[in-house]
Design a protein around this ligand. Structure first.
Ligand SMILES: [Zn+2]
Length: 56
């Protein structure tokens, strides 16, 4: 999925027990709930690996 600011790719980024989506272009981080409505299938699959983690 794409960054809302610069349209570069977002990657799933794990920090401690939290998950963020981080832009590979501008470095902006998104909380999962911020991008939940735009998750694509690829990203959902990655997130399924982190079901034990609380999305804050
Ligand atoms: Zn960006």
């Amino acid at each position: 999925m794409k960054c809302k600011k610069c349209a570069e790719k977002l990657e799933v980024h794990r920090a401690c027990r939290r998950i963020r989506m981080r832009c590979t272009g501008c470095g902006r981080e998104y909380q999962i709930h911020e991008v939940a409505g735009d998750l694509d299938r690829e990203t959902e699959k990655i997130l399924e690996k982190y079901t034990a983690i609380i999305y804050d």
